[in-house]
Design a protein around this ligand. Structure first.
Ligand SMILES: Nc1ncnc2[nH]cnc12
Ligand SMILES: [Zn+2]
Length: 340
């Protein structure tokens, strides 16, 4: 019997929706807290992990922003990014596009060059050691003002050669993409590709706004598009990638049961759906765990799993030659699995 989960684990893939702050495992949080003499709100690793029981996006974000307080210097950002990349390599991730939230850190006095230096040191090492290519996406926090986002972009201007794109995340409800129309226009004028979280908790109209007002090239999450058939048809026609995060959706109660997740329905309707881990330390699984959970809950076929892996490559910002190499690798792994 062919094991589809084994195929999923073996397939080369890209991860396109990953918040580096969301990869902070409790063990590392305590290690960094010790290093800096910070007292965490929980007595030990088990108590902190037990607190990862969320009923909404906001209940998660409150813990996530508090956790980020242990990230203080270059070595912390290096350790965080390195630990993620080791997990990604074990999952056969060959390309990563990583979000970071500079406002979470500048507000605490940590500079942008500090974050960038630590993340890049780990990324360059993983590229040399494991062949993982990367892009970095600076993400604005949507619960803050557009003026704050503009100030952050100004701060980033001297470092734009180190930043590959712009994102929009944090509390979605009551913070529509339209709030950030001007700063996104400014980013596009600077030649930066843009993406936005939309349709995670927010309504389908937020997905339309992200497309029409922000000109995004991908939608992060986007699962609520299924409530709007015309929007779904448009996403399929325009092949706008959706970076879906199934275990995140389950943990944040976007769905009550993974068997109800619309990922397979969207995929079968021709949308360019990808599987990602979002904040794996908080949601109980890295990217392969997300694939395997979907295979089990949604009874995905081998063909669907291969389509998802190929979509992750095609939805990436890699150039066409690099994409072609990875797509050929996927075909090889699939053929070997079929022949076994
Ligand atoms: N799932 C998510 N939605 C919005 N903002 C986030 N920041 C980190 N994870 C996020
Ligand atoms: Zn996210």
């Amino acid at each position: 019997m062919h094991d589809i989960a084994a195929l999923a684990r073996a397939l080369p893939k890209a991860e396109l929706h990953l918040h580096i702050e969301g990869t902070l495992e409790p063990e590392l949080a305590f290690e960094l807290a010790d290093r800096h003499g910070v007292t965490l709100a929980y007595p030990d690793v088990a108590a902190l992990r037990a607190a990862y029981d969320f009923d909404s996006l906001q209940s998660f974000l409150d813990l996530y922003y508090a956790g980020a307080d242990v990230l203080r210097d270059e070595a912390d950002f290096y350790a965080l990014t390195r630990a993620y990349l080791e997990r990604a390599h074990a999952d056969n991730v060959r390309h990563v596009e990583i979000f970071f939230d500079p406002q979470t850190h500048t507000a605490r006095g940590v500079s942008l060059p500090t974050m960038l230096a630590g993340m890049r040191r780990a990324l360059l090492e993983a590229e040399a050691r494991d062949g993982i290519s990367f892009r970095l996406i600076l993400s604005f926090l949507r619960h803050l003002s557009e003026a704050d986002a503009i100030a952050t972009l100004e701060l980033a201007r001297p470092f734009l050669h180190r930043i590959d794109g712009i994102g929009l995340d944090s509390s979605e409800r009551d913070h529509p993409p339209s709030k950030f129309q001007r700063v996104f226009a400014y980013c596009r004028e600077l030649g930066l590709p843009v993406v936005a979280h939309a349709g995670e908790e927010g309504p389908p109209d937020y997905i339309r706004e992200a497309l029409d007002l922000l000109n995004v090239s991908r939608i992060d999450h986007g699962v609520r598009c299924a409530e709007d058939p015309a929007l779904m048809a448009r996403l399929a026609r325009e092949q706008t990638p959706l970076t879906v995060c199934p275990l995140s959706n389950l943990k944040l109660r976007v769905v009550d049961d993974l068997r109800e997740h619309n990922l397979a329905r969207l995929l079968d309707a021709g949308l360019k759906v990808t599987i990602n881990s979002d904040d794996p330390a908080y949601f109980g699984g890295y990217v392969n765990d997300n694939y395997v959970a979907c295979i089990e809950a949604l009874k995905l076929s081998a063909g669907q799993v291969v389509r998802l892996a190929k979509n992750s490559i095609e939805a990436s910002w890699l150039d066409v030659d690099a994409q072609a190499r990875l797509l050929a690798d996927i075909d090889r792994v699939y053929a070997d699995w079929q022949a076994a």
